[in-house]
Design a protein around this ligand. Structure first.
Ligand SMILES: [Zn+2]
Ligand SMILES: [Zn+2]
Length: 366
């Protein structure tokens, strides 16, 4: 939540928003987005319908967005009226896609109703919730320290698809750098009994220019999935994301950004800076860095405000809850598993035994 302005928070009337939804032409039921066929489908009678023309998402110039970011004010409470059953439904703060809790109709808040910047891109789900459950099982099987019962019984409960809000940034960078790096060398000194090798460091001043074009550096703008989790599920093929269309969200849940583009752009620059340092240093052979100053200018900066597909689920095991996130396009999983203490102990013992054995051998032949 953003900080409060000077005056005390006033009571706010819930704001009514319009939602979009799709009805089946054959039976009038609720339609959802189907990741497998990339079509809308009716849960009731199975009728499918094409999404119509799909467009690639565009890259947008950042300047206007940085200005618009100051205007974001998402109403504390938002409600919509379900056109199917007439119920008034409250949305969680920032929620833009949900299903009516009374009749199940999938609803997406209309783009015009969204506060602040509006998503311009979406990477549609390619996997179903069942696919992502299978991905979790495969992932757990590879965890050698996880208890067997955990791996055998793992079934993520409430596996549900969430589009998470992210910003991606492109930038053409030009950097000027100078610094001092060192390389270790060895030499033999002394003679006779005093003959020995010693290590010395040769220092060298470096400087130069470095150009690099970054493509789709991705920063998460929500709080549901951390940047670290996002990294573990990477890659998301955000370059192939589609122009935003609410239809992709039908049947899934989604939220608008909590961190604005100003903050996300600053984080992206941090990521780019770290990457540039590595790229600059990788041109040299070195063991130590005394210091490295890099000053970078950014040109042609563009962004996408993209919704990325993630399945979230959890599994209760021995009174503890384990959470998983699964990339909704490639099935990469991130999460924690319990650890079987005896498996770890066995590994430690085996390593210790190997060391003892080695020490014994060394003593034999010394
Ligand atoms: Zn139908
Ligand atoms: Zn309803």
């Amino acid at each position: 939540m953003e900080q409060m302005t000077g005056k005390a928070a006033e009571y706010e009337e819930p704001r009514d928003v319009e939602t979009e939804y799709e009805k089946c032409e054959a039976c009038g039921s609720n339609m959802k987005y189907d990741p497998k066929s990339n079509m809308l489908y009716c849960e009731h009678c199975g009728t499918k319908r094409s999404l119509g023309e799909e467009e690639q998402a565009a890259e947008l110039a950042i300047e206007d967005a940085l200005r618009a970011a100051e205007e974001n004010g998402w109403a504390e409470t938002t409600v919509f009226r379900c056109e199917n059953c007439g119920a008034k439904v409250a949305l969680a703060k920032g929620e833009i896609a949900t299903s009516c809790p009374f009749c199940g109709t999938a609803q997406v808040v209309e783009l015009d109703e969204m506060a602040g910047l509006k998503p311009n891109a979406v990477l549609p789900f390619r996997l179903t919730a069942e696919d992502s459950n299978e991905a979790c099982k495969k992932w757990a099987k590879k965890k050698i320290y996880a208890p067997r019962a955990f791996k055998k019984n793992l079934k993520a409960e409430n596996m549900h698809g969430v589009y998470i809000p992210c910003f991606t940034f492109d930038s053409r960078t030009s950097s000027r750098y100078y610094g001092r790096i060192g390389k270790r060398h060895t030499r033999t000194v002394g003679s006779g009994k005093n003959r020995r090798t010693e290590t010395y460091i040769v220092w060298r001043n470096i400087s130069g220019f470095y150009d690099h074009a970054f493509d789709d550096v991705t920063v998460t703008a929500g709080s549901k999935v951390t940047q670290k989790d996002l990294g573990k599920m990477a890659p998301f093929d955000s370059n192939n994301s589609k122009a935003y269309d609410g239809k992709y969200l039908l049947g899934f849940s989604s939220y608008c950004y909590e961190k604005d583009i100003v903050q996300c752009w600053s984080e992206a620059k941090g990521t780019m800076d770290a990457a540039l340092r590595q790229m600059i240093l990788s041109q040299y052979s070195y063991d130590l860095v005394d210091y490295l100053n890099v000053s970078t200018t950014h040109a042609d900066v563009t962004y996408k405000y993209v919704l990325l597909p993630v399945y979230a689920g959890h599994f209760g095991f021995k009174k503890k809850n384990y959470n998983f996130f699964v990339n909704g396009t490639n099935g990469k999983v991130t999460g924690k598993t319990p650890v079987a203490i005896w498996k770890v102990a066995l590994t430690v013992l085996a390593a210790a035994a190997a060391l003892v054995g080695l020490a014994y051998l060394v003593m034999q032949f010394a």
